[in-house]
Design a protein around this ligand. Structure first.
Ligand code: PLP
Length: 635
């Protein structure tokens, strides 16, 4: 069980019960748990089959509470005179249900929203946020975007337009001249010298694409002064990248930004908010280190450091402590969803020795000496001689292929050679596992003997970051943990793309190349891909036209009774084709015409033609993923 590291990354939300099943504690309380294999079965009864996303909105609520609580504690601990306000960055998960939930359960905390594009802006404007909640507009803006910010302000929202350059500011000043009362607060995103750490470090530092240089900051300040709009500058913002793995990077950035904030204040401005962006790391591998898929700090440590450092600079600079604004997205959203995929096939080197219902007999009369030698090795290999015998078997195996290429070996003999050679490899590997130091060649043999588990999903759709930036997510079977795993495995998806595979898995020492999996037998075997609630749905792509998968939203009550409150069917084939400009009725008409002509040419009987036609219509309205079958090819 330990190999999956669930204790480390589960964050109190996931564990394994005594029956060997993975459970979820959506409220973070251990006594309230949902058995995930049971949940998948229930979802199936409700018409939702794998692949599916299981969503636990209570986890979002809990994460929002954890974030606010951490800052509340820190503010109290350091007698900080400013406060803390959080906003959720829309881009992290734009799904309507998700944002609905964020807004609903964030209202007690005056939780706001952050947007970075026009669609996000319009969607966010439709929410009634609490009176004190902030509405932050980041990203590159044209006049239309800025004008819409004025409209949002007119609707009573606490809009802050964070400018990415003096041009944006000039538009704002122009519009403010026409309508001073409706001019939103203005923020400046500063380019810090301090850099983040981890995969997104390039979002920060002097060469980052975002933020204003010191000269540009001064330019903006002078533009505001000339327009008599000093009071509009209310926020200083920075963001040093997502998933910052080292706390010391955050501390450095905070120190630098606090100084910038203080200097701006000393120059006759009175900003209220210091917006430290997002970047709080999620401990995907549970190692609590500064590896790329981890973070070497807790939420409380982060809040303490942020509050303390800002407080210290403000004291030294003798300025009023600002309201600290956080734009954390990943740490709020990541935990709440799991992608579940059913395993459809196990491709292992055993496929060389076994095919269901088909036996190869060793033919005593075979002329080939090498085959006889391989047979001898199988019968006599042991713990003492396995290295020598393994080396010999490689030679005999290669000999058989040379003979095959010269035309002296038939297919049956070739199959026998494969069968015997892989049997020898497995036995040799078994004997090598007793060694204190496994010889290097057996480590690479182990890699060659890895099984491929075919999972019914698309990596490009469901965990795109695993493909695009090699991000690691925790992956484990939802059941079978009472048994010992039997396979060293990698995972392949059902897209026709060899990039659609997972060959890196979390490990306390960064990553490992295989995942230990079980031989699926009488029970279904589902794999769970965890902590996928942040960015994955926003970045999902429809490679091979595999679209959004089915969903089930689940809640638990204080008695421990749980229910699926909402199900959503994934994208049907027709919708996917429509997004690529196909006219699906036109396609169906074309298919029908072709069947008609086959019928009129006498190639098809009428009833078969009709049944083919209706099959095609059903398929068009159905899911692009493989249908769950009763009999999977498990080995
Ligand atoms: N704010 C800004 C400006 C961002 O660019 C991002 C993402 O990179 C975030 C907030 C959210 O960051 P995270 O999801 O790491 O908390």
């Amino acid at each position: 069980r330990e190999q999956y590291g669930i204790e480390g990354w589960g964050s109190g939300y996931f564990g394994i019960d005594d029956n060997g099943n993975v459970v979820c504690h959506p409220t973070g309380e251990e006594h309230l748990s949902i058995d995930l294999p049971d949940l998948v079965e229930q979802a199936k009864e409700n018409g939702i089959s794998a692949p599916m996303i299981l969503r636990f909105p209570q986890i979002i609520e809990n994460q929002i509470a954890r974030l606010h609580h951490a800052f509340k504690e820190a503010v109290w601990e350091y007698s900080y005179e400013g406060g803390h306000r959080a906003v959720f960055p829309f881009k992290v998960n734009q799904r309507r249900e998700f944002i609905d939930h964020i807004v609903r359960c964030g209202s007690d905390y005056h939780y706001g929203l952050e947007v970075g594009s026009k669609p996000e802006l319009l969607a966010a404007m439709s929410y009634n946020l609490s009176e004190k909640a902030l509405f932050i507009c980041n990203g590159f803006k044209d006049r239309e975007f800025i004008e819409t910010g004025f409209i949002a302000k007119a609707m009573g929202k606490n809009v802050v337009l964070v400018v990415e350059g003096p041009d944006e500011l000039s538009h704002i000043i122009d519009l403010a001249k026409e309508n001073p009362a409706l001019c939103p607060d203005i923020g400046i995103r500063a380019k810090l010298y301090s850099r983040g750490s981890g995969k997104w470090a390039k979002s920060s530092g002097e060469s980052s694409k975002f933020g204003l240089t010191t000269v540009e900051v001064l330019h903006c300040m002078s533009l505001l002064k000339s327009a008599g709009m000093e009071d509009r500058l209310q926020m200083l913002h920075f963001h040093i990248g997502s998933q910052v793995t080292e706390i010391k990077r955050i501390k450095n950035a905070i120190k630098e930004a606090s100084r910038v904030f203080a200097k701006v204040t000393h120059m006759g401005f009175s900003p209220q908010f210091l917006n430290i962006g997002g970047g709080v790391g999620v401990d995907y591998d549970g190692s609590k280190t500064s590896y790329q898929s981890s973070a070497n700090y807790s939420l409380q440590e982060l809040a303490n450091d942020v509050v303390y450092e800002i407080g210290e600079v403000c004291k030294r600079e003798k300025i009023q402590a600002p309201q600290i604004v956080t734009e954390s997205g990943r740490v709020i959203a990541a935990y709440h969803s799991i992608v579940v995929a059913d395993i459809r096939e196990v491709q292992s080197t055993e496929s060389f020795s076994a095919a269901e219902g088909f036996e190869l007999d060793f033919n005593e009369n075979t002329n080939h000496k090498s085959l006889g030698e391989l047979k001898y090795i199988i019968e006599n290999i042991n713990r003492k001689n396995y290295i020598e015998y393994y080396h010999d078997s490689i030679e005999y195996y290669e000999e058989m292929f040379t003979l095959f290429n010269l035309g002296y070996v038939n297919l049956e003999e070739r199959a026998l050679a494969e069968q015997m050679f892989y049997r020898i490899c497995r036995r040799a590997l078994y004997f090598s596992s007793f060694e204190k130091h496994v010889p290097e060649e057996f480590e690479s043999l182990q890699q060659r003997m890895v099984s491929k588990f075919l999972a019914n999903f698309s990596i490009f759709q469901s965990i795109p970051d695993a493909w695009s930036i090699d991000q690691l997510f925790p992956v484990m079977p939802l059941s079978h943990h009472e048994q010992k795993p039997t396979h060293k495995a990698t995972i392949v998806d059902i897209t026709c793309d060899s990039d659609g595979c997972l060959e890196r898995f979390i490990d306390r020492k960064d990553f490992r190349q295989t995942l230990d999996l079980h031989s699926p037998s009488d029970r279904p075997y589902y794999l769970g891909f965890f902590l996928v609630g942040a960015y994955q749905e926003s970045l999902a792509n429809e490679h091979n036209l595999f679209g959004a998968i089915n969903e089930a939203e689940v809640y638990i009550d204080e008695k421990g009774d749980w229910e699926i409150r909402k199900t959503t069917i994934g994208d049907p084939i027709e919708e996917l084709l429509n997004t690529r400009n196909y006219d699906t009725p036109e396609i169906l008409t074309s298919l029908s015409k072709q069947l008609e002509s086959a019928f009129s040419e006498g190639k098809l009987p009428g009833d078969v033609k009709d049944s083919y036609q209706s099959r095609l219509e059903v398929m068009m309205a159905g899911s692009p993923y493989l249908r769950e079958s009763n009999k999977n090819k498990y080995l």
